[in-house]
Design a protein around this ligand. Structure first.
Ligand code: ADP
Length: 722
């Protein structure tokens, strides 16, 4: 076993405090199964044909407590205010020791699954579609920064990595750096490093002005359950069929009434329907605070005098079972860059199994956490948890072993895998717009700053019909390669977990390889399109000779043609960022909103500037009410998107929402383009002596260079209603 493993006895309390932040973000959730290596090669074939089937539901309430507490059946909830129920009845108990100590040192490489797809027959909308505007990866600030990094890249010196903030990913990171023969700086470094590895957030270390950081600003906020649900919902409004992989969700407390009314109506219409819902606290992780209900009156809306921020979601009643057990998939995804959008998926992942045979939800079993929740952190405390040393048995297995097993049963694994890829790309497209706003706020163009990348943990459930459903995305997936073992009451020891080491070190090492500042960067064609480079074919640095082929597979821009038409909100975000005004801002003030309306010529006699102001005040007020912790006043991106939809609806009344939005985007982009042309001509005639670089800095935003012709809507109605 690798020499880095030193068994350290750690008191549970120490352990908790060490990982406090990380734990909140789900860092320390799972891991340990002595499963096997990521030997499977499951390549993405045809991601497009995703059709996620109907979902089910049923009811009761489960309350899960912290790790270290035993969980089993949970009590039923008491009544409280809005929902007439109160009090969390939760299980407290003694720490249950982990079942470890099997043959952890042996990695089994016995099975290899080769399901190779061509990846070339993806369906989807072509770029010639009028709705389809390529967000060209023209050179932008992030790219220029990265290029600067390349220029200063090592010449013969090893890549330097600041690991002083790595927290729970430290061991896996150190192993990766060792394999790459790079240089680590455990205490940080006075001079700049090439790469900074943060354990929690972009802000773990605030004084970075160059290099690359493994976290994006705003990722934690963006992936909290409420924000993710909002972002996906916006996409569902525009593309309901494409975004049917996310269960229907309501945001609490603000949509409590709506939720109750809708469910009542559904039940009144068809008495045989008896759905179940899962309630998840906004900032929760590891199953903490989650419970199931079958009736809206069972919602627990208050914590003391405070309203609980949570998401209530349709419960998937018929998941795919293996050995009669429910399981979910943890997939590692690298967001390599926002602009241009670059996404990689790890070919190997983990599957986490429940420890009590699954039954469809009923009033009786709603509180059985070991039946309904797949979290490792919960199930490890069940007496049935199996720490197996085989990749294909036990309570945590490799993804490849599960796919292998399904393939053996005749399941079309290529289809499942391509559906998973589609889900990942679509989810990324949903969250990227807001991430771009965070990015420009923390790293404003023109100011020195690092570039960013991030490994995300996608939690995916397969339905009985083999459709992948997104449960959540973790901004800090656990990168621990040890798991805890109770050696004496209350005293825990970390022991190595070979499977975790194999999967996670692979993901970190290959992420570093892709972020190597000396790495050849993707080429840009004459037409401004990126020529996607397969990870495997990218130039290797001399040090890489002995390394295995990359376990990360590029899926974007590789599948740009199939998914680019979905990037409408990103174009709205480009407008938003452009008119934000003061750099470092995340919210648009009323003057900037007016400027946007004027510049894009969206007001007229039927929609006066007074109406514009009313629209601004109305939407901004409503959104500020939904975000109690918002510090800045003004209109955030989500509110701006709502205003944009409203304006699009008024202007292009006869169209469906998606076409309305496309039409308004084209209108705005064309206005801006024509104005930037005027600006350009003006600046050429007025200032011949002015350097070209200064002239072109004006209004042209590369993201808005859509060649889309100004499309005249058949109906241009300016009445105030939608
Ligand atoms: P947490 O961040 O607390 O782990 P998750 O959203 O991952 O919250 O949910 C915890 C577990 O609950 C999941 O691993 C899964 O087993 C189960 N679960 C979550 N959402 C659903 C759903 N909509 N339908 C069925 N099971 C779900």
């Amino acid at each position: 076993m690798s020499d880095h493993y030193v068994k350290v006895s750690i008191q549970l309390e120490e352990m908790k405090s060490f990982g406090e932040d990380a734990e909140k973000e789900g860092v320390d959730t799972e891991e340990q199964v002595p499963v096997c290596s990521p030997s499977a090669s499951v390549s993405p074939p045809d991601p497009s044909s995703t059709t996620i089937a109907g979902r089910d539901a049923s009811n009761t309430s489960i309350t899960c407590k912290h790790r270290g507490k035993s969980r089993s059946k949970l009590g039923k909830d008491d009544k409280n205010s809005c929902g007439k129920h109160t009090s969390d009845v939760s299980l407290h108990g003694s720490v249950v020791s982990a079942h470890v100590g099997r043959n952890l040192n042996r990695l089994t490489h016995d099975r290899t699954l080769h399901v190779k797809g061509t990846g070339k027959i993806l369906q989807g909308k072509s770029e010639t579609n009028g709705n389809n505007v390529t967000v060209h990866p023209s050179k932008n600030i992030q790219e220029t920064r990265r290029e600067d990094g390349f220029k200063h890249a090592r010449k013969g010196r090893p890549v330097t990595v600041d690991i002083s903030k790595a927290k729970t990913s430290l061991e896996a990171l150190k192993l990766s750096i060792k394999q790459l023969k790079w240089k680590e700086f455990p205490l940080g470094r006075r001079a700049a490093c090439d790469i900074y590895w943060h354990g929690v957030s972009f802000h773990d270390n605030d004084n970075i002005v160059s290099g690359q950081v493994n976290k994006f600003p705003g990722m934690i906020e963006m992936l909290r359950k409420i924000n993710l649900s909002r972002a996906v919902r916006t996409m569902q409004e525009l593309f309901p069929e494409e975004y049917d992989f996310y269960p229907r969700s309501w945001i609490l407390p603000e949509e409590c009434q709506q939720f109750s009314t809708q469910i009542r109506m559904v039940k009144e219409n068809d008495a045989t329907i008896n759905p179940t819902f899962i309630v998840k606290p906004d900032g929760g992780s590891q199953g903490d605070g989650i419970y199931l209900i079958r009736d809206p009156s069972d919602l627990k809306l208050m914590v003391g005098t405070q309203a609980k921020q949570a998401v209530v979601q349709e419960y998937i009643q018929r998941p795919l079972l293996i050995d009669k057990l429910k399981f979910d998939i943890r997939l590692y995804v690298l967001l390599k860059s926002l602009e241009p959008l670059e996404i990689y998926i790890a070919k190997e992942g983990l599957t986490r199994f429940c420890t009590e045979p699954y039954q469809e939800p009923s009033q009786k079993n709603l509180s059985h956490v070991f039946m309904h929740l797949t979290n490792y952190s919960l199930n490890v405390h069940s007496g049935n948890f199996v720490h197996s040393d085989s990749q294909s048995t036990g309570s945590k297995r490799t993804l490849s072993s599960v796919l292998y097993r399904l393939a053996a049963k005749g399941v079309d694994i290529k289809k499942v895998w391509s559906d998973i890829i589609a889900l990942v790309i679509k989810t990324a497209i949903a969250v990227v717009p807001e991430l771009r706003v965070y990015y420009q706020c923390d790293i404003p163009p023109g100011k020195p700053g690092p570039t960013c990348f991030q490994i995300l943990g996608f939690d995916i459930l397969l339905t009985k019909n083999l459709k992948p459903v997104l449960l959540e995305v973790n901004s800090n997936p656990s990168m621990r390669i040890e798991h805890e073992q109770e050696v004496a009451p209350g005293v825990f020891e970390y022991v190595p977990s070979p499977v975790d080491e194999e999967v996670k070190v692979g993901v970190i090492r290959d992420t570093l390889r892709l972020m190597d500042p000396g790495h050849k960067k993707p080429s840009i064609s004459q037409h401004g399109e990126e020529i996607p480079m397969e990870a495997e074919t990218q130039e290797r640095s001399p040090d890489e000779g002995a390394l295995p082929s990359l376990c990360l597979k590029q899926v974007y821009p590789k599948y740009t043609k199939q998914f680019n038409y979905l990037r409408l909100v990103e174009r709205i975000a480009s407008l938003f960022i452009r008119f934000l005004g003061v750099k470092g801002n995340m919210r648009m003030g009323p003057t900037a909103f007016r400027t946007f309306i004027r510049t894009c010529k969206l007001s007229n006699s039927n929609f006066s500037m007074a109406s514009v102001d009313i629209l601004y005040i109305d939407i901004t007020r409503r959104w500020s009410g939904t975000m109690p912790d918002s510090r800045e006043a003004g209109m955030g991106l989500q509110a701006f998107v709502e205003a944009f939809f409203y304006l699009a609806g008024r202007r292009f009344k006869s169209l469906v929402l998606r076409e309305q939005v496309v039409s308004l985007l084209q209108l705005c982009e064309a206005q801006l383009e024509s104005q930037s042309g005027v600006e350009e001509r003006r600046s050429v005639s007025c200032s011949r002596a002015m350097p070209r670089a200064v002239r072109t800095l004006g209004l042209t935003n590369p993201q808005l260079n859509s060649p889309a012709p100004l499309r005249r809507a058949s109906s241009q109605d300016y009445r105030l209603s939608r």
